[in-house]
Design a protein around this ligand. Structure first.
Ligand code: GCB
Length: 601
């Protein structure tokens, strides 16, 4: 596994990208003999040769809902994938060839032509390795992947596996989104030269209307003696400024910069420049080139405000999921674009990547459209604080920050959703988690999304911003819509008083069964969901006038699948859109509020 940068593969004069997406062979291991594949060296053969039950599986996708077989949907443990591919002959001379997975849920082992090249754990995050020496050039190659979806007390997120009376294994977990598994995001082969750009970091260090200063840092691997040329172009590809240097770091000055604004009324929200990083050899010839989009913006925060480009920001959006029919959490461009069309339609300026990092292509669009992202790592309902859990939790944040550090859309790190912070060890555990984030990035604030209450949690002293979830008139006070407004006001004020920090309501909401109408309003009807929202809006308007309250996020953008449970009818129905992305009454209602808010800045 490569330990350096995890830059998204992009084509350039010196780099080529090939996709391995498509139909792969797929075998579900029989749990009466789960390690058969390893014992019989399946990675050295074709799956078609070793197992009669091989079927076709699309990559990327979650495998769970593709077939009609519930034992595949609910499978616990190993599955195997393989496919063949050709590598052009001339790739033997380009320098290096890399293999990159954008995500495998949950753990993966990868072989090329029978040789193991990667072992990786934790879903929703990319991993890569150089495979130059393992390939056959101008010939057919095989890639084999074993995937294990098992969640245990020291995986991120956590889970438990129980054996049922008939011997079948059952995965349980306390979070309510379905534990989809498989090779769920694109798989790519790409080339770099022998001496190559391994990572780049770009930061805005100063912004005034007439001048911005940005700082860059390039990390290079290889033995060439290189110099650097950095060229900045605007979003129409016009030259802005450049620099040549023998140093791998420096600054660029941009006169009359166009800033990255997350405001829908801005003529160009999400304005992006491009930074071309070039390595040059001693003759001035191009060695490697990587192009990094970049938005100019600053974030500053105190215990009273959160500013973007020195202006106070107010976030209005939702928690979301990567979730849809058939695909599960599988990467799907039509769905991604549909979702952003809905986000724009409804007038949101922010969302949280609840409860795990989203695909890089999804993040790219947030950068381009000026949507603010609270970027969450895959830790959810953390319970039982062990050292090995802490190590993995930190690792997930290391990878997430490496992946997303250059993104203007990312304005905050959420290190966990609803951890059991009332437990004593939570204090020192989260102190270490937050310190870890700070050691990697000091330019963005941190938060923990709490379901505990002010004073009960042991973790809130360490975060920059307080986030809380509360299901007024749903999980408590069900049916009592008239209690909502005062409850929300009281709770937000209590958080603020106790910790003297800014506060966000990260989740509120109620399920609505699409098409269920009841007057007077009744729980689970579309009318109830709408009323529940209005009562929250009243609280938010009051809280905003107090200054410390900086964001409202409804739960959830769309209905999503959950494990089977008597509290869920076909899944969690708190979406303002249905699972196939059509509006409920609540979506029309939210749209009025969000556009009204959007017009205020
Ligand atoms: C929560 C969780 C979220 C659930 C939601 C619900 O507090 O953070 O993951 O989906 O409640 O609807 O139960």
């Amino acid at each position: 596994l490569h330990q350096g940068g995890i830059l998204f593969p992009r084509e350039s004069e010196t780099r080529q990208v090939l996709t391995l997406d498509g139909l792969w062979n797929f075998v579900v291991m029989n749990n009466s003999n789960p390690f058969q594949g390893f014992k019989h060296h399946w990675h050295k053969k074709s799956l078609k040769e070793v197992d009669a039950n091989v079927q076709l599986m699309p990559v990327p996708s979650s495998y769970n809902d593709i077939t009609t077989d519930w034992t595949i949907r609910d499978h616990v443990g190993l599955v195997w994938y393989d496919r063949t591919f050709f590598v052009p002959k001339f790739w033997s001379e380009v320098g290096r060839v890399w293999l990159r997975f954008e995500s495998v849920c949950y753990a993966a082992q990868v072989w090329i032509n029978g040789q193991q090249i990667m072992v990786h754990e934790i879903g929703h995050l990319p991993f890569l390795a150089e495979i130059t020496a393992y390939l056959k050039y101008g010939l057919e190659n095989r890639i084999t992947v074993s995937v294990d979806n098992t969640l245990l007390p020291d995986t991120v997120p956590q889970g438990l596996v129980a054996e049922l009376r008939n011997g079948r294994l059952q995965q349980t977990y306390t979070f309510d989104f379905f534990n989809y598994a498989g090779i769920d995001r694109p798989v790519k082969l790409y080339t770099t030269p022998k001496t190559y750009i391994d990572d780049v970091t770009v930061l805005t260090v100063h912004v005034r209307p007439e001048l911005a200063i940005i700082q860059y840092n390039i990390s290079v691997v290889g033995d060439y003696n290189v110099s650097y040329r950095i060229t900045l172009t605007d979003n129409k590809n016009n030259f802005v400024t450049d620099a040549e240097s023998r140093l791998s770091f420096g600054t660029l000055r941009i006169e009359n910069p166009k800033l990255w604004w997350p405001y829908l009324m801005d003529p160009e929200p999400g304005y992006l420049y491009s930074l071309e990083f070039e390595l040059l050899d001693t003759f001035g010839d191009l060695v490697d080139k990587y192009i990094q989009p970049f938005g100019i913006r600053t974030l500053t925060w105190t215990n009273k405000t959160f500013l973007i480009n020195d202006k106070p920001l107010y976030m209005h959006g939702f928690g979301r999921h990567e979730d849809s029919d058939i695909r599960g959490k599988g990467f799907d461009l039509p769905l991604i674009i549909r979702d952003y069309n809905l986000i724009r339609w409804i007038g949101a300026n922010a969302y949280r990547t609840s409860h795990y990092p989203y695909a890089e292509e999804i993040m790219d669009l947030a950068d381009q459209m000026g949507i603010m992202i609270i970027n969450e790592c895959p830790s959810v309902n953390t319970i039982g604080y062990s050292d090995s859990l802490l190590q993995k939790h930190k690792q997930s944040l290391t990878d997430l920050i490496k992946r997303d550090k250059n993104r203007p859309s990312v304005i905050m790190w959420s290190v966990a959703n609803e951890p059991r912070t009332q437990q004593d060890p939570a204090g020192s555990y989260f102190k270490q988690v937050i310190q870890h984030v700070k050691s990697l990035d000091t330019t963005r604030p941190t938060t923990i999304v709490e379901s505990q209450t002010a004073g009960v949690t042991k973790a809130s002293d360490y975060v920059d911003i307080i986030s809380f979830n509360r299901y007024n008139a749903w999980y408590h006070d069900a049916g009592n819509l008239d209690l909502i407004t005062q409850n929300v006001i009281n709770e937000a004020m209590k958080w603020n008083l106790r910790y003297n920090k800014t506060v966000i309501m990260q989740e509120y909401g109620g399920d609505a069964m699409e098409g269920l109408h009841m007057l007077p309003t009744f729980i689970w009807s579309e009318e109830y969901q709408v009323k529940l929202m209005s009562k929250h809006f009243q609280a938010f308007d009051y809280l905003r006038s107090r200054g410390f309250f900086i964001g409202e996020f409804i739960w959830n953008f769309a209905d999503f699948k959950t494990p089977q449970d008597y509290t869920r009818v076909g899944g969690n129905k708190k979406g303002i859109f249905t699972r196939n992305r059509q509006p409920k009454a609540s979506a029309h209602h939210l749209r009025k509020r969000y556009w009204y808010l959007a017009r205020q800045y």
